[in-house]
Design a protein around this ligand. Structure first.
Ligand code: SF4
Ligand code: MG
Length: 328
């Protein structure tokens, strides 16, 4: 609810910089049980920071996170530990996130023992069970991370997240570092696991193509804010915010007959230290008016359920019907 995270700049002896990076600047959303909400935007838009705020790996500058009605900033250390068990993260780079000196068995045993999910007698069996759940052979427990391919390492990362039987997994660009052919396998695995265990995913990605298969709802972020949030079918077939349209046009999704709108997304993302006044997208928006340069658009909800922060949704040229294919 209205989450903000501002990182102060500078502070070093030689630093002349002042101010703050407004990484997250008033983000609100709900994530339902068993649901996948995709958080999509260009790098630096604040999506990873949002994921870390949700998990309380970072403390917010403002706003609050509640899980099952409990505000997590008010929790004691002990309560926070229980919460940690319920909320896990899968990182983008499975290699960097796995200790190269530990065997896979030890890597998976760690959370099991730490959170009391297993004891010395049962831990080996639990590790094998976790490996089987993510489609890896039990014998892999003896091996080290460098002996695995990127896709296999990400399966191990997923197994580690599953060890504590979490209710929520923040997937921070879990397939961005993988070959395209492997991406679908990992996305399918995550979907199968959700169908089986019912956890929620906050699925972070930098393009809309990756999440079109897995997401139930999609939130599009720009410069620390959510500019559009909608059910997947609505977002892909009737994108409203000019930035969402530009992202869709840039996504490598086959859309027969669609005009190439790539030119919509020109220019660099402005600095989050000094975001543009008014609508922060106005420096790149082909539809910007004088109003956009001075007044920040409030989020409004439309009849199809999409919530969009743009002054001119009603008068923008109609977006092309973007056929939602059934498979990536
Ligand atoms: Fe573009 Fe204006 Fe809408 Fe911002 S408010 S997205 S600048 S039309
Ligand atoms: Mg990131």
């Amino acid at each position: 609810e209205n989450l903000t995270k501002h990182f102060p700049l500078g502070g070093g002896f030689f630093s002349r910089k002042t101010g703050a990076v407004k990484a997250v600047d008033g983000v609100s959303f709900t994530l339902n049980r068993g649901e996948t909400l995709a958080l999509v935007g260009e790098s630096g838009c604040g999506k990873s920071t949002t994921g870390r705020l949700v998990l309380r790996l970072l403390d917010p500058t403002g706003g609050r996170v509640t899980i099952d009605g409990v505000e997590i900033s008010s929790l004691s250390k002990r309560e926070l530990r229980t919460l940690r068990r319920r909320m896990q993260i899968v990182f983008q780079d499975p290699f960097a996130s796995l200790n190269p000196r530990m065997t896979i068995g030890d890597i998976l045993a760690e959370p099991l023992l730490l959170h009391g999910m297993a004891d010395k007698q049962t831990v080996d069996a639990k590790v094998k069970e976790l490996l089987a759940i993510v489609g890896l052979a039990a014998a892999y427990a003896e091996r080290f991370p460098h002996e695995f391919s990127g896709g296999q390492r990400q399966r191990i990362g997923v197994a580690r997240a599953l060890a504590t039987q979490p209710d929520l997994i923040v997937c921070d660009e879990p397939v961005s570092a993988l070959d395209v052919s492997i991406q679908a396998q990992v996305v399918n695995l995550l979907q199968d696991l959700q169908a089986r265990f019912g956890m929620s995913y906050l699925f972070i990605a930098h393009d809309l193509a990756v999440v079109r298969h897995i997401a139930d709802r999609v939130a599009v972020m720009y410069l620390g804010r959510i500019v559009e949030i909608a059910d997947k079918a609505v977002l892909y077939s009737a994108p409203k915010h000019p930035y969402t349209r530009a992202l869709l046009a840039a996504a490598p999704v086959p859309r027969p007959g669609a005009r190439d709108q790539r030119s919509l997304l020109t220019g660099d993302v402005p600095s989050p230290v000094k975001p543009p006044p008014g609508c922060t997208f106005h420096t790149r928006c082909p539809y910007a008016t004088d109003l956009c340069k001075t007044e920040s658009p409030a989020a409004r909800t439309f009849p199809d359920g999409a919530t969009v922060a743009c002054h001119h949704v009603e008068t923008l040229p109609p977006s092309e019907a973007l056929a939602l294919s059934t498979d990536p």
